[in-house]
Ligand binder design. Sequence first.
Ligand code: PLP
Length: 384
Amino acid sequence: MMNQYISKMEGSASMRSMQMAAELKRKGVPVIDLAGGEPDFDTPLKIRERAKQALDAGHTHYAVGRGIYPLREAISKQLQEKNGIYVGPDQIIVTPGGKFGIYLALTSILNPGDEVLVFAPYWVSYVPIIKACGGVPVIVPLTDKNDYKIERKIVEDKITDRTKMLIINYPNNPTGRILHQEEAEILRDIILEYNLYAVADEIYDEIVFDGKRNISLASFPEIKDAVVTVNGFSKCAAMTGWRIGYTAASQEITDVMYRLFEHSITGVSTFIQEAALEVFECETELEEMRKTYEERRNYMVTEINKIPGLSCKCPEGAFYLWIKVDTDLTSEQVCEKFLEEGNLVCVPSDSYGETKAVYVRCSFANDMKILRKAVEKFANVILK
Ligand SMILES: Cc1ncc(COP(=O)(O)O)c(C=O)c1O
């Protein structure tokens, strides 16, 4: 028998939608792809140039250790200055994307049967990764009615003597919520009281709007050693295809994670790590992208809320609209209708563990021409 956890793993809904959009495009269907979880921008020129220089300079050998030191040093400095997370370079591992960082953290901490609290709606990969690590996902449902706020009671209701950790994602994919002070304090208190670990997936933390600020869970000194922060360059620097991210954690957790890392990944390609150093010199470019997302968000939120049957809240961060659909159909059927009648590719809400109402997730990381067309198409789909 094959591995009991991996062989039963379900596929990624957003990847499936992206693949479907690519396949339709290949066949010449003029699809409007709002399914993707990636920036439409090219990686900033300075970063690409730096990669080319690094290749020519011979950075093509094995990457040894946790990541090149200057990169870990730059990450450590940024985490301290921007996020209030006090970790040194040795507490950082440069990973092939944020996703692998999440896997590395979960598989290094969990033992079979350990329960992990996952807040729904959740990013599509948490549940499969937890299961692959032999853990048991326990869903904590947050509700739109309550603006997806974390409340102490709903978390405590799910805690058992098997609860080992919780995983949070802010700015959130799919809702666009950021973590607010009051909620962060609730999580801090629960982590302390029940002696839990946490993974804080902050992959969108540079994409926050209206001058707000996302709170990093690991910035609380009382729990900093219990939290693995996962972040990376995929979203903020439009580097999804480069596959580079990182974990920041206590020395103890980092050393355990590194044991698996060196026997599985060895290291992220050195020229990619060299190029990532340039991200820290690209503040203007990153801010330009962030501002553009904010403008697109403003347009989309206004327009979607004008369409009968569709509504959405204003996301505080990331680049998704979580559109509520007033319908008797399932979210899969709604997505099928959007595709058939409007050539729109969206991701259905049941893939995010949303069971109470029907939503679709749409990315506004698309240029305005495409977004204007999308709004037109949304308005013409008959949902009843
Ligand atoms: C919430 C969340 N975490 C992690 C990732 C993965 O990031 P990376 O591409 O760096 O692996 C994504 C990508 O879609 C995401 O949405």
